[in-house]
Ligand binder design. Structure first.
Ligand SMILES: [Mg+2]
Length: 449
């Protein structure tokens, strides 16, 4: 492991919600919740003001509404967030060719590879300058963690939140990690966390105390070995410029076609277990289970099933693979079987992003679902007026949809650099009201980008 804290982890603070607050002056300092507003919606991001009420990412939207009934509920504007994300990633690439984005608002940067830092002092300086540049260019804040490994840099940025910078000095890692919960370590998903808890291992120090043999006995060779190393703060994973892994899969080709349906089922279970071991040793979990079957005549089928959340649980993957196999005719024999998991996430935000995006498509029209009679038909024109979207009015100018329902749409007229604006209500089919593009958050020398 390197001897200087030159791996940087950047995490924008409450990214979607902060972007909305910067964009909508009336929401600054208020509880803002961004996510799917449909019946199965989840919270993608909430502002720090909303967290006070106990709202957090991944929470069902219905529960958030009970906890914070007066918060502003907005649909995500992904194109807008992506534009800001590109500005941020551009700043990171000025520091180093080795930038590894994890989601729209999170990335690792190898400062040493770019010559941007080589010791503690230069790393701190680069981190502080980056935070200032991000603020100047985007108007938003990001937190920076600096350490000698990816694992510790990520933990440092978590400690730095919000709007801060934390350096973990090389040599202090083990003492810092010791009392932390096992879930802190990459590769410890919900299933592994439960498994460890059942044998009385709650903290990172307890993993280290259990010893490598015990970990391997509990979790298998690859995963046990990797986890033990992480608990000792050994993390040699390099920062890679591209996410190289889009899926994890294993397959076997058989010398003799398998005809026995029971045997085919057993092979699929075995492959599912092997696939999960790979997934875990890479510190990943995934949402989509894929089954591949090549039959005696070389025809190849793939079947997939997408779960509601990411998993690294062998039982869940086995069951999904078995369900997929049920839909495949294997009479005549199979010569190859494969099981894979895609839709990978090592950090939850990515997955939330996917869920919120899926939600967006079927989210209804009203900010307040209760205001709309259940039998009300969804009029296509109303779909344009989801809460949070930008609009422009011939007379009143630029604004955003605060809510809509029963044939009306309420618009607040304000822009990123205006005072908090006034609210007006229109008929949803008002010809003077049109959807609009988001306005840039920062005007001036940086705005033309
Ligand atoms: Mg973030």
């Amino acid at each position: 492991m390197r001897s200087a804290p030159t791996i940087l982890h950047l995490d924008m603070d409450a990214f979607f919600a902060s972007a909305e607050q910067a964009s909508k002056p009336s929401l600054r300092g208020k509880a803002v919740i961004v996510g799917g507003l449909g019946p199965r919606g989840v919270v993608a991001t909430c502002s720090y003001e909303a967290r006070v009420f106990g709202v957090h990412s991944a929470m069902p939207m219905a529960q958030a509404r009970r906890l914070a009934p007066n918060a502003a509920y907005l649909v995500p504007r992904f194109a807008f967030y992506r534009a800001i994300s590109e500005q941020v990633m551009g700043l990171l690439r000025e520091l180093s060719p080795l930038v590894e984005p994890l989601s729209l608002d999170e990335a690792f940067v190898d400062l040493e590879a770019g010559g941007a830092a080589w010791d503690d002092a230069s790393a701190r300086l680069a981190g502080a300058k980056l935070r200032a540049d991000i603020r100047a260019v985007t108007g938003l804040t990001g937190s920076v963690g600096l350490a000698a490994s990816k694992m510790l840099a990520k933990i440092a940025s978590e400690q730095a939140k919000p709007d801060g910078l934390v350096v973990i000095e090389p040599g202090t890692e083990r003492a810092l990690l010791g009392p932390m919960p096992v879930r802190t370590l990459p590769g410890v998903g919900p299933a592994t966390g439960d498994h460890l808890r059942r044998v009385g291992i709650h903290t990172v120090e307890e993993i280290a105390e259990a010893g490598e043999d015990e970990l391997v006995r509990l979790l298998g060779k690859a995963h046990g070995h990797a986890l033990y190393a992480m608990a000792l703060a050994h993390d040699e994973r390099p920062v890679v410029a591209e996410r190289e892994t889009k899926s994890v899969s294993v397959e076997d080709t058989y010398d003799i076609d398998i005809h026995d349906r029971v045997r085919v089922g057993m092979e699929v279970q075995r492959l599912a277990d092997r696939c999960v071991r790979r997934l875990r040793s890479a510190g990943l979990s995934g949402r989509t289970i894929v089954l591949k079957v090549r039959r005696y005549d070389f025809s190849t089928l793939t079947r997939s099933e997408t779960l509601r959340g990411p998993t690294d649980d062998p039982a869940v993957v086995r069951e999904a693979a078995a369900r997929l196999l049920d839909s495949v005719d294997t009479t005549g024999g199979v010569r190859l079987l494969g099981v894979g998991v895609s839709g990978l996430a090592d950090y939850t935000q990515e997955d939330l992003f996917a869920q919120a995006a899926g939600e967006q498509e079927d989210s209804g029209v009203a900010e307040d679902a209760d205001d709309v009679p259940a039998e009300a038909p969804v009029v296509p024109v109303e779909r344009r007026w989801a809460s949070g979207l930008d609009v422009t009015h011939a007379e009143f100018g630029h604004g955003w949809v605060q809510g809509s329902g029963v044939g009306r749409v309420t618009v607040r007229f304000e822009t990123p650099d205006s005072e908090p604006g006034r609210v007006r209500t229109f008929r949803v089919d008002d010809p003077e009201l049109e959807p609009a593009e988001p306005l840039p958050l920062v005007r001036g020398p940086f705005a033309e980008a």
